[in-house]
Design a protein around this ligand. Structure first.
Ligand code: DQA
Length: 139
């Protein structure tokens, strides 16, 4: 099973960014543990701060992998383009958020990903990614 994780803007700063909300662990450290928890999964990971690069990645992997975990970060709330890219591919996408976006500012309550996602996992810290992997592995 091939699962692709795509992270959007500012998630490269996990570990130092707003640690009260996002915690102190870097994504690289979390990803290392995630890979060892699921040795049967072929993982791929991509992060970008650039909307078009995220769209390119969704398109490039969206016809060949078994599932995508997408945390589009701030672009979740603004990007028609990423939503359209998800509609254009065949791989199922699970929308991931580290924080509970519905417990935060109103502008974070809107998502262009939710209507086109298979499901959403929100608010479990970095473990939101593990729950997403488990969902793909069990389906
Ligand atoms: C986030 C939530 C977004 O609202 C925010 O812009 C992020 C991270 C999360 O994982 O909690 O950058 O996607």
């Amino acid at each position: 099973m091939k699962i692709v994780i795509i992270n959007g803007p500012n998630l490269n700063l996990l570990g130092t960014r707003e640690t009260g909300i996002y915690g102190i662990q870097t994504f690289e450290d979390y990803y290392k543990h995630l890979k060892s928890d699921f040795p049967q999964v072929d993982f791929d990971y991509f992060q970008s701060n650039i909307e078009g690069e995220l769209i390119d990645r969704v398109q490039n992997v969206g016809f060949s992998c078994d599932g995508i975990l997408l945390n589009a970060a701030a672009y979740t709330h603004t990007s028609v383009g990423i939503g359209d890219a998800i509609k254009a591919i065949v791989a199922p996408v699970i929308e991931i958020h580290i924080s509970n976006t519905f417990a935060r500012e109103d502008f974070r309550h809107k998502s262009f990903i939710t209507p086109v996602a298979k499901g959403i996992i929100i608010g479990f810290g970095l473990d939101s990614y593990r729950l997403g992997v488990e969902s793909f592995v069990r389906s």
